[in-house]
Design a binder for this molecule. Structure first.
Ligand code: TYD
Length: 134
């Protein structure tokens, strides 16, 4: 996997006088079957999340509220994506080192994942990741 496979996905946004509604569906707006969702919130100022890669798990990351940066690295180059709109998702394939940082106050990161939680699917050492990507 490399950075070319990363996509920003614009999700449906239904507007009416009562406010906005967005949604996404497995294998439709999201290019995988969703097995799990989780969310990250109340991140203290200056803290980072992530700092790992997955062997199999793919994700769609959305800033449902506030903003944060997602730094993605394919082992050869890194790119920073700022998420701050609740109808845009960042598709992150497996095999990409990812870190979430620069969380705004009250930000809410919502993540849809292709696999159930499995610690054995994590690659948490950056040097091992680099070796794995060669
Ligand atoms: P981790 O994935 O390391 O968090 P982040 O990548 O955001 O820094 O997970 C932190 C802890 O939460 C770790 O002990 C595993 C646990 N966890 C689950 O039990 N289920 C899950 O779906 C996730 C994402 C984490």
């Amino acid at each position: 996997m490399n950075l070319n496979q990363i996509k920003t996905i614009e999700l449906p946004k239904i507007l009416d006088d009562r406010g906005n509604l967005s949604f996404f569906e497995s294998n439709n707006h999201v290019p995988f079957e969703i097995e799990r969702v989780y969310w990250i919130y109340d991140v203290p100022g200056g803290e980072n999340r992530g700092g790992h890669s997955y062997y199999q798990n793919q994700e769609l990351i959305i800033a449902l509220s506030g903003s944060f940066d997602v730094v993605l690295d394919d082992g050869f180059e890194a790119k920073k994506y700022t998420l701050n709109r609740s109808h845009f998702g960042l598709y992150v394939p497996n095999g990409i080192w990812r870190q979430l940082e620069n969380f705004s106050t009250n930000s809410l990161a919502f993540i849809a994942a292709s696999h159930e939680y499995d610690e054995n699917d994590y690659l948490r050492n950056y040097e091992t990741f680099k070796t794995f990507k060669k």
